[in-house]
Design a protein around this ligand. Sequence first.
Ligand SMILES: O=C(O)C1=C[C@@H](OP(=O)(O)O)[C@@H](O)[C@H](O)C1
Ligand SMILES: C=C(OP(=O)(O)O)C(=O)O
Length: 428
Amino acid sequence: MEFLDLSVRDRAQGTVCLPGSKSISNRILLLAALASGDTLVRGVLAADDTERMLDALTTLGVALSPQSGTRDILIHGVGGRFPVRRADLFLGNAGTAFRPLTAALALTGGDYHLHGVPRMHERPIGDLVDALTALGARIDYPGQPGFPPLDIHPVDIAAGGTTRVNGNVSSQFLSALLMALPLVGGGTVEVIGELISRPYVDLTLNLIARFGVTVVRDGYARFTVPAGSCYVSPGEIHVEGDASSASYFLAAGAIGGGPVRVEGVGRDSIQGDVHFAAALAQMGAQIEMGPDWIEARAPAGGRLRAVTLDCNAIPDAAMTLAVAALFADGTTRLEQIASWRVKETDRIAAMVTELTRLGATVESGDDFIAVTPPAQLTPQAAIDTYDDHRMAMCFSLASFAVPVRINDPRCVAKTFPDYFDVFAGLCA
Ligand SMILES: O=C(O)C1=C[C@@H](OP(=O)(O)O)[C@@H](O)[C@H](O)C1
Ligand SMILES: C=C(OP(=O)(O)O)C(=O)O
């Protein structure tokens, strides 16, 4: 297996220009493709998850013109329906491609086969399929019921339908329904139970609005896309830097002295993971923020302190806190993270195994993890990454204490292909 050895670093300082947000890129690419008119999307993330979305849109007949020498793409919107009515789409392990495309294709008619990597076929999608079926969609499971792959069949959906969706497995199901409803002229979604990962639904609503659709809502319980809604290009739209990717560098600043500045997200960000900075501040880090930048330094007293935090709203950046906990005095307890179990890997199990390998004492349950650092981290540990980009990225932080080996480092390609180069540049 390929691996990357990181030697010990005693300092982190510098500025990082963040890659584009995965969540914003894939939403905008889909909305721009479905809108009427052309959209110039600026600063699109170049990574596996966005490649899967771009490949799928191309296969579905959307014309895309990458602007040479930039990360900008001109998208020629199809005005509500994909021209290609029969297709086989490989969507890798990109939840932000798989879930929204399932909803858009199931409601607009056509024969489509959607599949991904083996792990994608273990990630649940039954709640979304049930919600779409209630609206009149016809979707089969050629493999395991409730999981990809999916076969979508053509149907005619009446406008104005109402459906219900579970909120406690993934917010992406609700986001997918909200993005697809304007394609059938509107409708209503009711959320069953507590909705997790809420800032991602806010992100969806914000971006839908940029394409001309205003959703009427009752908190996080009921959402109505008004009759007659349809997507219209805003002309040009910019993708913010990725707030989840920012977390590794901010943590590096908090652990390795700093200052480390990330550019591309800040006070004006529409991403929930920007609140990772507040969590780091609770651990004692010194944080400064501008409209589109954040800077982190170590605590005035040197060491971070342990915290107990509800991480429901920042599920991705919370992984960074689990590793930052190795540098905090006391036991850090991260709660409300049950969704970790159905992401790129079972992230609770993976965290327990790998933090333990570094000498930490780790306790876990269905929806929490508690990390107590050892007096000295175990040097030369080889960290398994489980084909999970975030495992690879957050364990790079252990190198602020000991040399560490990251197995299969290329898994970062999902959202941040040159992560380790940027990390090395920062710490040099
Ligand atoms: O909608 C989105 O862009 C995302 C929602 C979150 O997933 P869940 O809603 O499954 O927690 C997050 O973990 C994922 O990386 C991106
Ligand atoms: C959970 C993640 O990805 P996905 O969009 O595939 O759900 C993630 O990036 O941490």
